[in-house]
Design a protein around this ligand. Structure first.
Ligand SMILES: Cc1cc2nc3c(=O)[nH]c(=O)nc-3n(C[C@H](O)[C@H](O)[C@H](O)COP(=O)(O)OP(=O)(O)OC[C@H]3O[C@@H](n4cnc5c(N)ncnc54)[C@H](O)[C@@H]3O)c2cc1C
Length: 559
């Protein structure tokens, strides 16, 4: 088989490729933190998982269907082996990881096909329609909302269509600064092609290493540097989608006013209308320099206010991120390999001698401070100008400059956190994230409400939880709130505990007029809580009826 199909495949039971395991620092600080806050007395030994032990329902795909799919994609690219079916049957959310560790899948995909061209995608959809089989488009499988697993109770045969072979760069237009690329390309592959021309897309979700362009578009994803580059909806100029009723290619134009934008209606469509086979994306010159630095604030509200004023002042950083007191404390306790400040690994000495006296002078307590991370990406001169603007703006804020070391460390370790989930799960901890967005005026209230709802639901389940929050993806009018949950797992019913907490958080989000997801999408998990008006739902459902009248495309997601 071509190498592309396996290169970015992850462990079937966790994050990252089979060869890579990353661990929490087993330091006394980490141990103390986990013991005091969650009652973890000692680290459990690594769990080892055998795929043979996993209970998997038999494939329902019959030989007639498999034979015809194999005739389309080639026998090697039509798979029903255990490993392929497991890898393609479940995403990478906490709920998914708990279920896979229970070593039983109730419903699994029946066959996995790897088309090698758009023509093969068309043929696979046509064959599946004829056979009344459901089709699940698959990029990297990093969905955290149940986007790629067969719907519970699905009676039809389910065929997963993995786009890993559709990973070619089709055209580079350096004049217009656009690149046309097949949708199955993974983040590192895409950026590696672009960097050879000195270009970048600049789209870096935390799942960057294992997610694809098609997945980003299908989920309306947002990268960590969305402040500079925009969410994926801003980066797509045009896209090509194979639907069961025909292929759509939108115009290659910078903007259009010929009615509602059909391309935008397909961004975020989660595979329910068709398969995104390629897209033309807006690229730009890769930044010559990256400069990330950090500030400490007395508390989260002061940090958030400073971040808002910074954005509204006209400064243009690539990233601004405010971590609340809990997230900063966790980052201090659990080392640098996370989304927060990573102060521990730069050495307590540095903190003590250089920074502590400055914090003290401002009345900021390291144990309960918030942090503001600023990232600049551009030429040397652009960054120098932005640095001045940021410093000027923050000079009047009640904060302490913590320096570049922590900021640059965040940058170099920013994809590490997901690897650590596996060890936290080994230690019977609940570790999940959820996110939303609202306006600045409503942000403080939403923050309190969601945290309160999670804490209350966790208490009702009888287990302790810590809720960390950061503000990221900032806009002039508002921002995204990102909550990370670390709690003790209710061993008798971990999924019931998760469901209760997730529902409470979603209800609080909806009650405050905020959106159920800023960038993770709807999938199966958020379907009941989108808060769409009935007429909005009807519009989306009728579009599905038009593009996929037989209802074969990714059933049970989005709608
Ligand atoms: C640890 C972790 C960190 C994450 N961080 C971020 C983040 O920072 N920002 C963010 O936005 N998201 C993030 N996510 C969520 C996830 O990575 C994104 O939703 C990502 O865009 C999914 O891409 P994928 O290629 O893995 O798609 P998949 O998971 O394979 O698919 C996702 C959905 O899109 C559909 N789909 C995939 N490819 C196509 C296609 N070519 N045509 C039609 N439909 C398709 C699938 O059917 C499914 O419904 C994170 C997830 C994890 C596990």
């Amino acid at each position: 088989m071509q190498s592309a199909d396996q290169r970015f495949k992850m462990k079937w039971w966790g994050w990252g490729s089979e060869q890579i395991r990353k661990e929490l620092p087993h330091s006394s600080t980490t141990r103390d933190y986990l013991r005091k806050r969650l009652g973890v007395e000692q680290f459990e030994p690594r769990h080892e998982f055998q795929i043979e032990s996993l209970r998997l329902p038999e494939s329902r795909a019959d030989q007639a269907l498999l034979g015809s799919l194999a005739a389309i994609v080639g026998a090697d690219n039509c798979r029903t082996d255990r490993r392929e079916r497991v890898l393609h049957s479940i995403g990478k959310s906490y709920k998914d990881l708990v279920r896979i560790r229970q070593l039983a899948l109730v419903r699994a995909t029946d066959a996995v096909v790897y088309p090698r061209s758009e023509a093969e995608v068309v043929a696979v959809l046509s064959r599946c329609r004829e056979a009344r089989a459901a089709v699940v488009p698959f990029g990297g499988g990093t969905s955290v909302v149940g986007g790629i697993e067969p719907e519970a109770g699905e009676q039809r045969v389910v065929v997963t269509l993995d786009l890993a072979f559709l990973n070619r760069v089709l055209a580079i237009d350096e004049v217009s600064q656009t690149v046309t690329v097949e949708a199955g390309i993974f983040g590192p592959e895409l950026e590696s092609h672009l960097s050879q021309r000195g270009l970048t897309l600049g789209h870096y979700p935390q799942s960057f290493e294992f997610s694809t362009l098609g997945g980003w578009i299908a989920t309306r994803s947002s990268g960590q540097n969305s402040l500079a580059y925009g969410g994926i909806e801003k980066l797509v100029e045009s896209l090509r989608v194979v639907t069961p009723e025909g292929t759509i290619e939108t115009l290659h134009v910078p903007r259009r006013a010929d009615g509602p934008d059909v391309g935008q209606m397909l961004i975020g469509s989660e595979g329910v209308y068709g398969v995104i086979v390629s897209a033309t994306v807006r690229v730009r010159r890769a930044p010559a320099e990256r400069d990330y630095f950090m500030y400490a604030f007395q508390d989260f509200p002061t940090g958030v206010a400073a971040a808002r004023e910074l954005i509204q002042s006209g400064a243009a950083p690539a990233l601004v991120r405010v971590a609340d007191e809990e997230e900063t404390a966790a980052s201090l306790a659990m080392g640098s390999r996370g989304g927060g400040s990573g102060i521990r690994s730069t050495g307590r000495r540095l903190l003590r001698k250089t920074i502590e006296w400055r914090l003290e002078r401002r009345g900021i307590r390291p144990q309960s401070m918030a942090t503001l991370l600023v990232g600049l990406e551009g030429t040397h001169d652009e960054n120098a100008r932005q640095r001045r603007l940021v410093r000027e703006q923050l000079r009047h804020a009640d904060c302490v400059y913590l320096g570049r070391t922590l900021g640059m460390r965040w940058l170099t370790t920013r994809f590490d956190l997901p690897y650590l989930r596996d060890e936290l799960l080994d230690n019977h901890l609940l570790v999940d994230t959820l996110e939303t967005a609202t306006t600045w005026a409503r942000l403080a209230e939403l923050y309190a409400a969601v945290r309160g709802a999670i804490e209350q639901a966790a208490a009702a389940e009888g287990e302790p939880i810590i809720v960390f929050t950061h503000v990221s993806h900032l806009y002039r009018d508002g921002a995204s709130l990102y909550f990370s949950l670390l709690g003790r797992q209710k061993r008798s019913d971990p999924l019931g505990q998760w469901r209760a907490i997730k529902r409470a958080a979603g209800d609080a989000i909806r009650a405050h007029g905020a959106v159920i997801s800023h960038h993770h999408g709807v999938g199966q998990d958020h379907r009941e809580q989108t808060g769409r008006m009935p007429i909005e739902h009807k519009m989306l459902a009728q579009l599905k009826q038009t593009l996929d009248p037989a209802g074969i495309m990714n059933p049970g997601k989005l709608l």
